[in-house]
Design a protein around this ligand. Sequence first.
Ligand code: H79
Length: 475
Amino acid sequence: MIPLRYGADGTGRREDPTMRAFRADRFGQFVHWGLYALPAGTWKGQTIEFAAEFLMQSAGVSREEWSALAADFTLDGFDPAAWARTAKRMGARYVTVTTKHHDGFCLWPTAHTDFSVAATPSGRDVLGEILDAYRAEGLATHLYYSVLDWHHPDWRCAVDSDSDREAFERYLRFATDQLLELAERYPQVRGFWFDGTWDASVKANGRWTHEIERLLKERIPGVIVNSRLRADDHGARHFDSNGALMGDYESGYERRLPAPWDLSVTAHDWEACATLTQASWGFHDSDWAERGRKTPAQIVEQLAQTVSLGGNLLLNFGPRGDGSLAPVEVALAEEVGAWMAVNGPAVHDSGPAAGWDYPGWGFYTAPLEHTAPFRNAAPQEPETPDEDPTGIVHAIVVRIPVSGLLTLALPAGVALRAVRARADGTELPFTPLDAHTVQLAAPAPTGMPTVLVLETGSAGPADGLSEPNPDVALV
Ligand code: H79
């Protein structure tokens, strides 16, 4: 063990009610909204096929020109209640909203820079209105904050001189002031989501990242902080130099997921964030963005894969410059919501199904109380030691084999009692191949993943025959 001052604060998962609720939520909505939604990927007639929120950088726009967009931030179609309803109907249980992205524009009337909604025609507290709207729908709220800042004169990517050092210290003071201001103005938030922390300047300031997490938790007891904030004494990010996770959950999976069979990620809490288009977070009004737009089935498959591996999925929406949602994103949310209305129990309050190996044709999830004890958690007494392990497992079918057959390998000690379609409860017949393997006809394709409810019980001792040669297995 390397001694660290700014490494992980503990080992193992947080098991307090706030963290348990966040884990059980499983599905959140990310909202990227700022000045970049106005040009929406096109600057002076040129469409840049790159993330819309990067346009200031990718189109080489000066600070002055970019700041002038604030005059057009008029909120003509701004309807946060509609955003919140859309998220709720989709099945999201929390929202993470950009308070300040890399361009430095602040969605709340901050006292620490003039570059905020206070300098727009309405002068309204846009962030506060968004958070109120989501809370009114019963969603928990989290705040995204980019430490990286292209607007602030004191931001540095690297600190190479004394004057850089002085400037960057001023910058960190500014960011601290803003974060404490956010915590004070919006004390109901459940979490902070940090971004823009990969530059050498931040990595050399693990002390600051450690202090920010401590300060936020002091101001808002129980608040949840992502690993992306943190660097340790040696600049190690997410995981400290001893391999322990910093922050409360890993947030390194951006536009990608762990491999479906990679159970190593179930050792800690994590959240992946995903775009609806191929690569833009902010609204990108272009054929390029539409070409890469994901279908509801692709989104649901990502959600199923995520939950089967013990993660949360934060699905991004990029409202348009006038503050309205793009109809194509509302339609996507409706379709995912229609699936969730039937199949939500395979996602919400669910996690990895212990012992059920990745079957290739889909994903298994199980209600959280049936998941294995967390690897790093303190050992807990089982509530009812002799309890029959009867329970349900959800099988989410995303790829129907050309054979038309699904093969299920049962965990040791588990018997399959019945298989039902989640949608209508129809019982599906299955054939045991041996004590540990069953086969059934795959459900007819519907264009969306199909969820099967597996009713399980414990296998009696007579069922316990196992193949003696470990090189031989029935598939
Ligand atoms: O807000 C969305 C994006 O705008 C933001 N994060 C999501 C949630 C984002 N900022 N930058 N990026 C995504 C991609 C950055 C990639 C790189 Fe690097 C930064 C390449 C080089 C520097 C980080 C460090 C990744 C690789 C090395």
